[in-house]
Design a protein around this ligand. Structure first.
Ligand SMILES: [Zn+2]
Length: 257
């Protein structure tokens, strides 16, 4: 049974560490020290590193971890990340060394141009989706367009509703606050807010979420809902032509929220 641990890094990043039978794989290790500390405390040997995109807070620890452990590094083919020996694009499939676990790869550009997601569609489905789909939010558009991000999110939204969503940051409560401004009439949001606040009060991560929960509460996946369209149009002060325009408007709104 693979266990997945949240190793906090920086202010609000999570490095996800998979562990099974004394072995570990680190997803998006933005710094090496917290990972090394966790491995030591848990008696684990690092057998793989997975990276979703090139930002320093996700890959800054790769060179040191690679130098120490010499393990395979998997990551996007279309970005420059040091020590990647296994460049990946959509359609690729990897088996994580040391684990009976395999992932398929999705291209989900827009936060960065080559951003990928790792997806396990097996009995206990999950995805590591970096800074693209957040719990109740989505990443900023640093290297892509609103249309690209809409398409990347739509791709993730086609995954089974039970798929657990392991994203890169603890942004959930702020995201819910914004979601409630966009869609105050969504009862699932109020219910989610109470549940996630309770987790934070206990010092627990709000993550993982699930695809089903995101479809029900995440405004960036709900750009066809009448209340989301109405809020976006009110904020824009004009009619918006389609879902992509609605998405672009609420993404820009969130930047200044
Ligand atoms: Zn990022």
């Amino acid at each position: 049974m693979v266990q997945i641990h949240a190793v906090p890094a920086f202010k609000d990043n999570y490095i996800w560490v998979l562990a099974q039978d004394g072995r570990a794989a680190a997803v998006d290790p933005g710094e090496s020290l917290p990972v090394e500390r966790f491995l030591q405390e848990s008696g684990l040997e690092l057998t793989a590193i997975l990276a979703t995109h090139h930002h320093g807070d996700h890959v800054g620890g790769v060179p040191e971890l690679f130098a120490h452990w010499g393990c395979p590094v998997f990551g996007p083919a279309n970005e420059t990340i040091p020590d990647i020996r296994h460049p990946l694009v959509e359609g690729d499939r990897i088996t994580v060394p040391g684990f009976d676990l395999s992932f398929s790869v999705l291209d989900i550009p827009a936060h960065t141009a080559g951003h990928i997601a790792f997806v396990d569609s097996g009995r206990d489905p999950l995805t590591f989706c970096g800074d693209t789909l957040f719990a109740c939010g989505c990443g900023r558009l640093f290297e892509g367009t609103a249309r690209q991000m809409s398409e990347s999110l739509a791709k993730l939204a086609t995954l089974d509703g039970a798929t657990r969503v392991y994203c890169g940051h603890e942004y959930t409560l702020a995201n819910i606050q914004f979601a409630q401004a966009v869609e105050p009439g969504n009862p699932r949001l109020a219910e989610r807010k109470a549940r996630e606040e309770a987790k934070r009060a206990r010092g627990e991560p709000t993550l993982p979420s699930t695809i089903g929960e995101e479809i029900a509460t995440n405004p960036f996946l709900r750009c066809a809902q009448p209340e989301v369209i109405a809020s976006a149009e009110r904020h824009a002060g004009r009619r918006l032509a389609d879902e992509v325009e609605v998405f672009a408007e609420i993404r820009a709104w969130k930047n200044n929220f």
